[in-house]
Design a protein around this ligand. Structure first.
Ligand code: DGL
Length: 271
């Protein structure tokens, strides 16, 4: 048993898709979340810059005595496959979104055609295709970077009625329809906020895999295995930190999580 909080971070609000699932499946856990909203997006930046930001994010969470750090950012998770961003930190348990999403997608596909959408950095790294090929070399993978999805989400254009979101989704996802993928990995944790419009564009027979939700489930399994779940019986606390405007973050957090008890504070990462 371990009553310390679970630390979660992302470049912005996208990682809250992961937090929503953590709270659904482990309601009594305390959660400390960091969204680096002053520097979002990470996905258009270089590997070195992303790794540098990620190390600062980890250092921030470390100071909150967390029992685990969940990298709820597809972009950082992709960098983490080749750069040891946790090296030198006191964090002993950590997880990312790639492997859990890949496992779920490989289970879900029936026609052996999986699509992956993510930020330019994630897609450029080819980490999803590599991870899929490792366990299922027979699967054909189609990957596409969707850089305009993150600003749409950060600015609240998430309804299927938003014409701009629909138009951009149609443009980005055309290749997925041509390739007849039956399973699409939302490889960036912001994208589940666009699930309705993505689902409509892809059509009914396509399974959408939320990388953030899958990572939350894998985190629960890891904590359970390590006998590190809380024994608290009451609802866990949710502490949110952002590096830019608390007001905008609060609006977005409410859109992701609904009306829940949470504290929101602005913090600085230049440490
Ligand atoms: N939520 C992030 C991801 O999963 C981020 C987007 C970004 O910062 O570009 O990749």
């Amino acid at each position: 048993m371990n009553n310390s909080a679970i630390g979660v971070f992302d470049s912005g609000v996208g990682g809250l898709t992961c937090v929503g699932e953590l709270r659904r499946i482990m309601p009594c856990e305390n959660i400390v979340y960091l969204g680096d909203t002053a520097r979002v997006p990470y996905g258009t930046k270089s590997r070195d810059t992303i790794a540098h930001y990620a190390r600062q994010d980890i250092r921030f969470l470390e100071r909150h005595d967390v029992k685990m750090v969940l990298v709820a950012c597809g972009t950082v998770s992709s960098v983490m496959m080749t750069v040891p961003i946790f090296e030198g930190s006191s964090v002993r348990a950590f997880g990312g979104v790639i492997e859990p999403a890949v496992e779920a997608a490989c289970k879900a596909t029936r026609n052996c055609r999986i699509g992956v959408i993510g930020t330019p950095a994630t897609i450029r790294s080819e980490c999803y295709a590599d991870a899929i090929k490792k366990i299922r070399p027979d699967i054909r993978v189609t990957a596409k970077a969707c850089p305009m999805f993150v600003p749409l989400v950060e600015n609240g254009y998430t309804s299927p009625q938003d014409k701009v979101s629909r138009l951009i989704a149609e443009e980005y996802l055309e290749v997925m329809r041509e390739e007849q993928v039956d399973t699409l990995i939302l490889g960036c944790t912001h994208y589940p906020m666009l699930e309705a419009v993505i689902g409509e564009v892809m059509g009914e027979g396509v399974t959408l895999i939320s990388s953030g939700r899958e990572a939350a489930r894998a985190a629960r399994d890891a904590l359970e295995k390590a006998d590190a779940l809380t024994d608290r019986r009451e609802k866990g606390a949710l502490e949110l930190y952002c590096t830019d405007s608390e007001e905008l973050f609060a609006e977005n957090a409410a859109a992701f999580l609904g009306k829940v008890d949470m504290s929101i504070s602005k913090c600085s990462l230049t440490i």
